[in-house]
Write a protein that binds this ligand. Structure first.
Ligand code: PEP
Length: 250
């Protein structure tokens, strides 16, 4: 099954409206399929004059549709502001805001109901890896987050495997280690949702992606793209990542 490598930026809590629109205006016109998950506040402004193949996304939503939930933002609201997708279950949400896979499952359902595509993040901490719990942790995060979702719903979901020890540390996973884990995740999907679903689903890799390692990581057979945090904040560095990934076909 042929796929274009997918590149997704995660800006986290960075960029004002002006900074975000300025960044987008500096992206090369030639960009292929690309996505940026940005703060809610910048979404609407960035829908204007964005390159047609650039999709915009949010980094979180609440699982209820509306009501007395002070400070929360619904799937419908981010869609209305211009989001086409949402990142859910990011390790910073799981570890700083104590979000568990049950809550992530409810958020995924709400996002799909509102027509948002989902990027589900999973990943083990260094302690879990050192204690040989990587397989168990990833299985739990994957299956609980996707609990009782159908093969059809899976069409709207990508997975981002981001080992927590590689996020923001400058110490990425080796390509071989990443490939082995992606292969395992694809086999989990195959066992539960079948061969076709396992081939169709995008499994992205995240954690200290930079221009120097994008080629090697994205060339692995089970790595369908990348989720880029820190290195997506500077338009020059991010453009280099896009260019270095440009000639990889899966
Ligand atoms: C992330 O937080 O999703 C991420 C991949 O961060 P970084 O690229 O900075 O490691």
């Amino acid at each position: 099954m042929s796929k274009d490598v997918r590149i997704v930026a995660n800006w986290k809590m960075n960029k004002t409206i002006r900074e975000a629109t300025d960044f987008i205006s500096k992206l090369p016109n030639t960009i292929a399929v690309l996505s940026i998950a940005m703060p809610f506040t910048a979404l609407h402004a960035c829908t204007k004059n964005k390159p047609p193949l650039l999709s915009l996304g949010a980094q979180n939503i609440y699982f209820e549709s509306h009501g007395p939930f002070t400070g929360e933002t619904s799937a419908e609201m981010v869609k209305d502001a211009g989001a086409e997708f949402v990142i859910l279950g990011h390790s910073e949400r799981r570890h700083i805001f104590s979000e568990d896979s049950g809550a992530v499952n409810k958020k995924i359902r709400q996002a799909l109901l509102c027509g948002l595509e989902v990027i589900l993040c999973i990943g083990e901490t260094l302690t879990q890896r050192d204690e040989n719990k990587t397989v168990e942790v990833l299985r739990e995060q994957l299956f609980e987050s996707l609990f009782e979702l159908t093969e059809e719903q899976l069409d709207q979901i990508s997975i981002a495997y981001e080992p927590v020890w590689a996020i923001g540390t400058g110490k990425p996973s080796t390509a071989q280690m990443a490939q082995e884990t992606h292969f395992m995740l694809r086999s989990f999907i195959r066992d539960k949702w079948g061969q076709v679903a396992s081939e169709k689903i995008f499994i992205l890799h995240g954690g200290s992606i930079k221009p120097e390692n994008i080629q090697e990581l994205s060339s692995q057979p089970d790595i369908d793209g990348v989720l880029v945090g820190g290195a997506s904040l500077d338009v020059g560095v991010f453009t280099q990542i896009i260019q270095n990934a440009g000639n990889i076909k899966k």
